[in-house]
Design a protein around this ligand. Structure first.
Ligand code: PLP
Length: 441
């Protein structure tokens, strides 16, 4: 089929997520290799978003494709009550790379289902109902996960389930409490959270869910001491801590998992995306020993037809092998240091850039209309003006695909990228920011 024939069928039948259908005009992708994708007209794009922050090992990795082919020849799927070599191996390899005693794996199809099951688990474990999560967060699109998401996408699903409470976590460039920096605030947002928990009744709260580094709401990196303070607050009050690693996990931040930057252990981790790098969908909820022991004598009342899908688990096993063999976690850390320098230079050159922040190969350029006041250029949920559409149009034309919204330009390439490729991509972004500078005049 040629491009216009595919497009015709696509626009007659495919419903695209999150957007009104009429204006949808997708680029039709044909193939992909490492950090590159080609559309059906042969135009090459750098995938500077790793799909949707999932293709961490890069596209079309031969080791993974070979392992998947071998698994498919033998067994693609069996009912979730049976054991398989792929499932057992996958769970044990996940347990090996996760920190501490996070060694027990409940498989799902993706991130939102991992979060849904974590909601069930913390309520069943504690016998409490309330769940805390932050504003500026995203946990998935299903009923419970979207209710936890302090993100405008939540609004369409309201009223949500009872018992979900939002709080302000650290967002140091746009501090909701009005501070300029975490050096002067003395972790004021942590103190506020402590008060909120006290007023709400600590014994009624089952868990605090957090992304260890906030992803689609701006790459918000908690300042030193914040996560330790949250862990302590949880321990003092019998509250569980859930680290949502769906985006931060599997090397994105230069460590296996985002929470490892904070030197605390959560009780539960949720993962997906980089677990299989999107070769086939797979997610997981991972328990520590406390939860494992608790559910030794009582059932965990949750399950999915495709839990522990054989082919998906085989893909995950091969993925974890690739992370290790190709030193991808270390590549993320080392190139992250180089990326930080490139970001700083971009900030110096462009007055429309207010802040840059990164951890490993995960970064955000935050735009501003006034560096002194930190006034936004686009604003929360594009409340001031829309600029993201024009930015992506220019980037696509230059052969770069990334995720951007509101004042945020996100950088999250496959972790197999090399420095020359990273530099080429950053040059394109650098040039594109002349457009946002021009809006200040
Ligand atoms: C932190 C976080 N949690 C959960 C999800 C939901 O994952 P999925 O889209 O696989 O359901 C996402 C998706 O982007 C995410 O970023």
């Amino acid at each position: 089929m040629n491009t216009s024939e595919i497009k015709k069928l696509d626009r007659e039948h495919v419903i695209y997520p999150w957007v009104a259908q009429k204006p949808v005009d997708p680029i039709i992708m044909d193939r992909a290799e490492r950090i590159y994708m080609w559309d059906t007209d042969g135009k090459r794009y750098i995938d500077f978003c790793a799909g949707l922050l999932c293709v961490n090992i890069g596209h079309s990795n031969r080791h993974v494709l070979k392992a998947m082919n071998a698994q498919m020849e033998k067994l693609t799927y069996v009912a979730s009550m049976f054991g398989t070599e792929a499932k057992a191996k996958c769970a044990s390899m996940v347990a090996e790379v996760t920190p501490g005693d996070l060694d027990y794996v409940f498989f799902t199809n993706g991130g939102a289902e991992a979060v849904e099951n974590a909601i069930k688990a913390v309520r069943a474990y504690t016998g409490r109902h309330k769940i805390y999560s932050r504003w500026n967060s995203y946990h998935g699109a299903t009923t419970g996960a979207i209710a936890l998401s302090g993100d405008p996408r939540r609004a369409a699903s309201e009223p949500g389930p009872a018992g979900v409470t939002s709080f302000f976590g650290p967002y140091c460039y746009q501090c909701p409490l009005g501070y300029d920096s975490h050096e002067t605030c003395k972790l004021a947002c942590l103190e506020q959270l402590k008060k909120q928990v006290l007023y709400d009744g600590p014994k009624s709260i089952a868990a605090i869910f957090m992304e260890p580094i906030v992803g689609t709401n701006g790459i918000l990196i908690p300042p030193p001491g914040y996560m330790k303070g949250v862990r302590q607050l949880c321990d003092e009050n019998g509250i569980l801590l859930v680290s949502d690693e769906v985006m931060a996990g599997f090397g994105r931040t230069g460590k296996w998992f985002g929470i490892e930057h904070h030197e605390v252990l959560p009780d539960i981790m949720t993962v997906a995306k980089g677990l299989t790098s999107g070769y086939v969908p797979l997610g997981a909820m991972i328990w520590n020993k406390r939860l494992w022991d608790h559910f030794g004598d009582k059932p965990f009342v949750g399950g999915l037809t495709y839990a522990g899908h054989t082919l998906a688990c085989a893909a995950a096993v091969a993925n974890i092998e690739v992370y290790k063999q190709d030193n991808l976690i270390e590549n993320s850390r080392v190139l992250g240091l180089h990326l930080a320098k490139r970001l700083e230079a971009i900030k110096q050159r462009h007055p429309s850039v207010g802040d840059v922040r990164n951890q490993g190969l995960w970064a955000c350029i935050e735009l501003t209309s006034d560096r002194k006041t930190r006034a936004p250029l686009a604003g929360y949920n594009d409340s001031v003006r829309k600029v993201s559409g024009e930015i992506s149009k220019r980037l696509y034309a230059a052969g770069l695909y990334l995720f951007n919204k509101w004042d945020y330009i996100f950088i999250s390439p496959p972790l197999c990228i090399n420095q020359a490729e990273l530099d080429e991509s950053m040059d394109i972004i650098d040039k594109t920011l002349d457009y946002t500078d021009s809006l200040l005049k």
